[in-house]
Design a protein around this ligand. Structure first.
Ligand code: ZN
Length: 282
């Protein structure tokens, strides 16, 4: 008998070009897959309360809402000005939306250096301050926050937090209500990965994103591979995550403008399910 797909989730980025949120919900539940990771722009198109109804009636779990964060704004040196308050307001909205769709976590991409700065230390301080501020709000709303470290390639424009170790250092300082999202695309190269997954432990491993790193990439953002098509030892990393006590869904997140975004949603989901069965230990 085929293995259940209840523990599989599809991040909407995987069907970004093919589906609205309504369509993605239908396709994913028809494929027998148990969860969805939602992006806020798609959520806004459908409307939060309508989305909630659709998710409920499809019986899907929301493995995460993408995304909050971006605490550094255009220039981290200006992090206490008007733009920072706009960032805070947007993060509050993200928390409220995560609560409304009952997301397992709100995924945070913390923000990069910005085009006008060279001061990584300033940016990292702005991130720590931003996290602390939104964490209080999230605790009151009953939403857990998941810092997603991104590959060092994105330090300039997306995330000055690059390793799981860095993310966990922040969690250590911040305390309850915050953990990490481990995305194999961003973390597979890290010599300290096994150790840091152990360190995160059951309480702080809040999301697990899977895909593959193609040996040759045509785009640094939008050319991720299907599990099994690249160089990531997904079986090994999955074992580490499971051994650390992770009990959440495996969320497929593939940005792929050259390949998977150009195929029918049904075909993509069929391949996600079959590679999940093949590449991840059960
Ligand atoms: Zn991810």
């Amino acid at each position: 008998m085929a293995l259940s797909l209840a523990n599989l989730s599809i991040n909407q980025a995987t069907l970004r070009q093919q589906c609205s949120l309504d369509q993605a919900i239908t396709e994913i539940s028809e494929a027998g897959i148990g969860g969805i990771g939602i992006w806020r722009d798609k959520l806004h198109e459908t409307g939060v309360s309508q989305a909630r109804r659709l998710i409920e009636s499809a019986g899907l779990k929301v493995s995460g809402l993408c995304r909050g964060g971006m605490f550094t704004g255009e220039d981290p040196a200006l992090a206490d000005t008007l733009s920072a308050s706009a960032v805070f307001e947007d993060n509050k909205r993200a928390v409220d939306e995560a609560a409304e769709v009952e997301a397992q976590c709100l995924v945070l991409v913390v923000g990069g250096l910005g085009p006008k700065s060279k001061a990584l230390d300033v940016a990292r301080t702005a991130v720590a301050d931003g996290l602390q501020k939104i964490l209080e709000y999230a605790r009151n709303a009953g939403v857990v926050l998941a810092i997603e470290p991104l590959h060092p390639l994105y330090n300039a424009d997306r995330s000055v937090v690059s390793t799981l170790g860095q993310a966990l250092d922040l969690c250590d300082i911040l305390g309850e209500g915050i953990g990490v999202a481990v995305d194999v695309y961003h973390t597979w190269w890290d010599p300290d990965l096994e150790q840091q997954i152990k360190r995160a432990g059951h309480d702080r491993l809040l999301a697990f994103h899977i895909c593959d790193w193609l040996y040759t990439q045509r785009d640094p953002l939008l050319d991720r591979g299907m599990m099994g098509d690249g160089v990531i030892d997904l079986e090994k990393i999955s074992c580490w995550v499971q051994d650390a006590g992770y009990s959440g869904q495996y969320e497929v997140e593939i940005f792929s403008k050259f390949d998977w975004w150009n195929r029918p949603a049904k075909d993509v989901l069929e391949m996600c399910a079959s590679r999940y069965r093949e590449c991840c230990p059960h």
